[in-house]
Structure formats: C-alpha cells, structure tokens
Design a protein around this ligand. Structure first.
Ligand code: FES
Length: 158
C-alpha cells in the first residue's frame, strides 16, 4: 500500500504558502528592539528641570535610553532589558519601567523593582553617562554604559 503523493502543483503551492507564512509568523513573535541608533554623545531636547519629579520621559527611547528623575537626580536608563534584551517602556503612570516581553519591572533608577510579584529581570538596567551642555540641555553618552551609582551617571537638579 502506498501513500498518496502530492502532485507537483500541490508541492509548489505548499512551498509558496510556507514561504509566505513563516516570515509573517516570525514578525509576529519578534520583540521590540533596544538597540541605540547612535553610539556616542546625544544632545537631548530636555533640560533637567523639564522632567517631572519621580517620572520618566521616553521621548528618546529610540536612542536606547529613557530619561528619569528621582527626587532631584536625573538618570539616562538603558532600555535593554536584563532578561532577554527587549526594550523596556514606560507605562501610563511613568513611575517605573516595564518590559513588554515577559513583564520585568524596574525602578526609575534602573534597579530591579523589589515590589514586583514575579520579576524575570536578571539584574538592574544599565545607565548611561549623563551631563548638561552649555545651553542647559541634557547630553547622554550612549558609548558609556555604566552601573547606577557610578560617577557621571546622575545630573543633580539644584
Ligand atoms: S526580555 Fe524583558 S522580561 Fe524578558
């Protein structure tokens, strides 16, 4: 007893369907990227005191960082999640950072949120060197990825 064999036409139709559906399926499961577009100093559009207290600003997330303010301290937090590298985002409250891929939660300093019930984060988010230029705008150096607390990672609002 032999199995029915696909005709040449059926084989080609199946190959075409597979060739079309695999890229679509692949696109549906891809995660947001956290790759900075530029490695080096980026002059932002914000002055430190333009940031609301204890909130983040994601207007530069395409550059690979989210500006945050904790009290009078301003940080440039790397968007690359420490779990598997997706780009973290600000929720509507703008008071913490959440990864859309598997739900990691981080504080605005980049530290792992100790209050999250389940947190797949493998460590704190990195922070970039941040400074203020002569015009008062924040400058973030995406070539200098550091740990929160390292020198040069905070701009203090007077
Ligand atoms: S990649 Fe961020 S939680 Fe998994």
């Amino acid at each position: 007893m032999s199995e029915p064999q696909a005709t040449r036409r059926e084989f080609i139709a199946g190959a075409v369907t597979l060739g079309i559906s695999l890229p679509i399926l692949n696109a549906q499961v891809s995660f947001p990227s956290a790759t900075p577009t530029v490695k080096g100093p980026i002059t932002t559009t914000l002055k430190p005191d333009a940031l609301a207290a204890d909130k983040g600003d994601d207007s530069h997330s395409k550059d690979g960082f989210i500006l945050t303010r904790v009290g009078k301290d301003v940080y440039a937090v790397d968007t690359r999640c420490t779990h598997k590298g997706c780009a973290v985002a600000l929720p509507r409250s703008k008071s913490l950072l959440i990864c859309p891929c598997h739900g990691a939660h981080f504080l605005l300093t980049g530290a792992v949120d100790p209050n999250a019930e389940e947190n797949p984060a493998r460590g704190p988010l990195a922070v970039y060197a941040v400074s203020v230029d002569a015009t008062g705008l924040l400058v973030v150096d995406t070539s200098k990825k550091l740990k929160s607390g390292d020198a040069g990672t905070v701009v203090k609002i007077p």
